[in-house]
Design a protein around this ligand. Structure first.
Ligand code: ASP
Length: 589
């Protein structure tokens, strides 16, 4: 006996007259006083099964006992439906299986929610993920993911990239997050770190002569979860020897193209746009600007240098957004609240009404010349940011994004891929009182800036780049440091002493002394890419078993405590550090 001859979505008119077995889950069941109709379903679709008590009393008895989501096997002849029963909305709508045998293979309790019900709370969906995945949305998303990943593999291999597996149990790899650690029974008191990325291994592979490496790598980072962030995510991780950064970009653009083509979609135009980080911050207030709408930020620092309006005159930087709408008082109040959330002190504005008359508490301080610069079309609003450039960019960037959405300026039909280039190598951390890496500490330095490393670290431009799609950062990469002496200088700027560097990254420094070719690469965030391709707002929708926002995995209930014996064996004593934020709740935001 074979369980099934066709999948449920496959029978067609051409199969009429064949004797078939079908197996799947029971969907809708209709009892027509005698005849029983059951929708038999699997991921390919639905086939209607009819059971006629006159033909087969045993099958009819089984059919009466069937409830939603029972697993069934039906056997019988495929017949044409009566003309008035044809369902043109269903690929199998012209046929039905006239079952003379119906077997209940497996029963189901009453479900906590109906398959494909769209109104189910996310925590319930994650708790019963197998039922959620049985539905159309998750089936589509997981299959889309598999198609894209297999396209990536084919493409990378066609270019001579070699898939090399790197360890999960390793030493800390700094990518800006905390490490998850694993205790080692055989060496009590010692811990492996799970890799935040295979960064160091892929660099070592270049020194080892692999030339072109790739991997669909799992990256594990202990950081707060968000719509585009999980503890675990997948990267198309790439490294190549002797590259120019354009070579890396070309490879990644090809991978994007391959994914679009595998899904039967029109790929985005190539090459992707490129924009230096400075420019992205100045014009869009963001290092991952959404270019599907304009609403650009303009600079007014020079214009307002001599302003009567003290706040402008005294500010390091004054910039403004020209909004193509006459915003109301209430809207401006709301935007001001938003600006304050982002660290702004307030929100200066000029509203130009239909007649072009200006309405604003600050207009009286501005000269005619200043007003002339800011005056736009009638029925528009100018919003200002004044202060340190970083703050101004943050506030105006956030307002730009919000207004783009709220005013319907985003062209949803458009796809905008962008390389953001020339990031600073370091940023100053107020919290830690030291320079930290903008990306990771192995990022290359623009050759002409090497001499500034010690004297003016903030001015050093790196050889890194990010890929952005419609305002989502899809990943980062760089040309790396391949000279030991330069790597040591960077560590020193980061406040890592030579001894610490030796202890943490001694192997890397050693590798760099043994014939390290120039190399560079990229870590492409697969889950973010998939979420965007699937039109999903959250990467959890493309991951089979994601963590909820609290950091728990609702189906298995992980993480859990360990039995005392296991802790003892590991040499671990648990001390109470209290609950951490987000830990007690189930929230899935
Ligand atoms: N390892 C980096 C990351 O995970 C990517 C790279 O630089 O290749 O962001």
């Amino acid at each position: 006996m074979s369980w099934r001859d066709l999948m449920c979505g496959e029978p067609r008119s051409a199969d009429i007259g064949k004797r078939l077995s079908l197996a799947g889950w029971a969907g809708r069941r209709r009892d027509h006083g005698g005849l029983v109709f059951i929708d038999l379903r699997d991921h390919t679709g639905i086939c209607q099964v009819v059971v006629n008590p006159e033909h087969s009393p045993e099958a009819a008895e089984a059919a009466h006992a069937v409830r939603a989501e029972f697993v069934l096997r039906a056997e019988g002849e495929l017949v044409a439906r009566a003309p008035d029963a044809v369902n043109p909305g269903l690929p199998t709508g012209e046929v039905e299986l006239q079952a003379d045998s119906l077997e209940i293979v497996s029963r189901s309790e009453a479900l906590p929610f109906q398959i494909d019900d769209e109104g189910v709370e996310e925590e319930t969906r994650l708790r019963y993920r197998y039922l959620d995945i049985r539905g159309e949305r998750m089936q589509r998303n997981l299959r889309l993911g598999a198609t894209v990943i297999s396209a990536f593999r084919r493409y990378m291999e066609s270019l001579g990239f070699v898939d090399v597996w790197t360890p999960m149990l390793t030493k800390a790899t700094p990518e800006g997050a905390r490490d998850f650690v694993v205790p080692v029974r055989l060496q009590p008191g010692k811990f492996f770190a799970l890799p935040q990325s295979p960064q160091l291994f892929k660099q070592v592979l270049m020194v080892a002569g692999m030339d072109r490496y790739y991997q669909i790598a799992t990256c594990i980072r202990d950081e707060d979860l968000r719509a585009d962030r999980q503890f675990e995510h997948r990267q198309l991780d790439v490294e190549m020897a002797f590259p120019a950064r354009e070579d890396v970009w070309e490879v990644i653009e090809g991978a994007v193209r391959g994914a679009f083509e595998a899904l039967g979609r029109e790929p985005p135009a190539q090459p992707f746009r490129r924009m230096p980080w400075q420019e992205a911050k100045a014009r869009y207030g963001s290092d991952k600007p959404d270019l599907r709408f304009d609403l650009e930020i303009s600079d007014a620092t020079e214009t307002t240098r001599e302003s009567e309006f003290k706040i402008f005159a005294d500010a390091t930087c004054v910039r403004f957004l020209r909004v193509p709408q006459e915003l109301s008082r209430a809207e401006l109040d709301r935007l001001e609240e938003r600006a304050k959330q982002w660290g702004g002190k307030g929100l200066a504005y000029l509203v130009f009404d239909e007649e072009g008359e200006v309405r604003s508490p600050i207009a009286k301080f501005l000269s005619e010349e200043e007003l002339a610069v800011f005056r736009g079309e009638p029925a528009s609003t100018v919003l200002f940011g004044a202060g340190e450039p970083e703050l101004v960019a943050r506030v105006l960037g956030a307002l730009r994004q919000q207004l783009g959405r709220e005013l319907g300026l985003i062209d949803e039909e458009r796809d905008e891929f962008l390389w953001v280039t020339d990031f600073p190598l370091f940023e100053w951390s107020e919290e830690e009182g030291r320079w930290v890496s903008e990306h990771h500490p192995f990022t290359g330095v623009r050759p002409e800036d090497e001499e500034l490393l010690e004297s003016d670290p903030g001015a050093v431009v790196s050889q890194s780049y990010d890929l952005v799609w419609n305002g989502w950062e899809l990943g980062s990469g760089s040309i790396r440091i391949h000279r030991q002496e330069l790597q040591e200088r960077v560590f020193r700027v980061l406040g890592i002493s030579d001894e610490q560097a030796q202890a943490r990254f001694g192997f890397l420094l050693e590798v760099m002394r043994m014939g390290a070719p120039p190399h560079g690469g990229f870590g492409f965030g697969v889950d973010r890419f998939l979420a965007l391709l699937a039109g999903e707002p959250n990467i959890r929708e493309v991951i089979a078993f994601p963590k909820a926002a609290s950091g728990s995995e609702p189906m298995t209930g992980a993480p859990t405590t360990l039995p005392d014996e296991q802790l003892t064996e590991l040499g671990i004593r648990v001390v109470d550090v209290g609950q951490r934020k987000g830990h007690t709740s189930w929230s899935t935001q």
